[in-house]
Design a protein around this ligand. Structure first.
Ligand SMILES: [Zn+2]
Length: 51
């Protein structure tokens, strides 16, 4: 079996309450960034997949 690492996916982290946004290479990293910012700033942060 091949182990395939997906390098072509990106996740977009966007804050709804301030201009903060970033791109992350995995859903886990995106959710972590979103959670960090939401906890730090008490903002509403969303994560979406970028194709
Ligand atoms: Zn924010």
């Amino acid at each position: 079996m091949f182990s395939v690492v997906m390098h072509d996916q990106l996740y977009h982290v966007v804050c709804r309450d301030c201009p903060t946004e970033s791109l992350r290479p995995s859903k886990e990293a995106a959710v972590e960034a979103a959670t960090d910012h939401a906890d730090d700033a008490d903002h509403d942060v969303s994560v979406g997949r970028v194709h």
